[in-house]
Design a protein around this ligand. Structure first.
Ligand code: THG
Length: 290
């Protein structure tokens, strides 16, 4: 059993420590035009009002880190990502998770970021390792490693564990320690493959046992195409926290999910005297006018 590692990320003024003995760190997913037509349309018009709103709302709802994605088809992504990040940094003070597949956009984003960012992401493909890891090292950032490589996303947890090991090893060769690599097992859609949830959970357990690293996951992916998604997402996140998930990428505005995370932390002994659970309950009662 590997030792639980701590990943530190920061903004100019706030530091977040991700560790399996701390409360779960929520990475807010909503600043992302992919799959969100309204955000896409607004960004295309150069309107950042929704970005501001999404940033404030997610932090108010308990997000500790904000994922920022500016992947607008046909746009100048390096310029747009910088603008979206600067907008977010003007209205909130939490650390950012820079979500881009474009190394040029990543370099631009890191150059304007003040603090220690979480880079989303590198994967086991040679091209990705060679483009992303040097930037992570140069800027002293932390990085999310996706369990996929040149052959795609492996079907088995064993094969995903191998990809995680490769990413951790390659990062280490550049002087990026395992505490700065956060592994994403990749949660695929259960509607398309009923084993998708199981494989992700098994991968988390194996990665934690072997490497002790922190684990993230885009947990809402699993329920695409299913009705009543919030219940699936909430239950799956709670199960994944038991398996070793420490920093899910999710929508904190969905109460079912946020409440499930608090309950899972309580059940895992990460909420001393249940203080966070009780506080959140009181806030819900107050908001309901009770
Ligand atoms: N792993 C990592 N990063 C990721 C993912 C992952 N980044 C992107 C994605 N997956 C996680 N982020 C989002 C962002 C937004 C939405 C879903 C995942 C989203 N979805 C709505 C839905 O579920 O239908 C769209 C509707 C809407 O709200 O407008 O918003 O897996 N490392």
């Amino acid at each position: 059993m590997a030792k639980d590692l701590t990943t530190v990320v920061s903004s100019k003024t706030k530091t977040v420590e991700i560790n399996r003995n701390n409360p779960t760190v929520v990475i807010g997913e909503r600043i992302n035009p992919t799959g969100r037509k309204k955000v896409l349309a607004a960004l295309k018009e150069g309107n950042f009002d929704m970005v501001r709103q999404d940033a404030r709302d997610q932090v108010a709802a308990g997000a500790h880190i904000l994922d920022v994605n500016a992947g607008v088809p046909g746009a100048d992504e390096p310029a747009l990502l910088k603008q979206v990040m600067q907008t977010v940094m003007e209205v909130t003070d939490v650390p950012l998770c820079i979500d881009t597949a474009d190394p040029e956009a990543l370099a631009a984003a890191l150059s304007v970021y003040e603090g220690k960012a979480l880079v989303n992401s590198v994967n086991g493909e040679e091209r990705s390792l060679e483009a992303v890891l040097p930037l992570v090292k140069e800027h002293g950032a932390a990085v999310i490693g996706l369990c996929m490589d040149d052959d795609g996303i492996p079907d088995s947890a064993e094969a995903r564990l191998k990809v995680a090991g490769k990413i951790i090893e390659r990062a280490g060769k550049l002087g990026i320690g395992p505490e700065d690599v956060v592994i994403d097992p990749l949660a695929l859609t259960m509607g398309a493959d009923s084993n998708a949830g199981r494989v992700a959970l098994d991968t988390i357990e194996m990665v934690v046992r072997e490497f002790g690293v922190n684990v993230t996951m885009g947990a809402s992916n699993i329920s695409f195409g299913m009705p009543d998604r919030k219940y699936i997402n909430a239950t799956f996140i709670a199960m994944a926290i038991h398996a070793g998930l420490t920093c899910p990428i999710t929508n904190p505005l969905v109460p079912e999910v946020s409440i499930a995370i608090l309950a899972a932390d309580l059940a895992m002994g990460r909420d001393e005297f249940g203080m966070r659970w009780i506080q959140a309950y009181r806030e819900r009662e107050k908001a309901a006018g009770k």
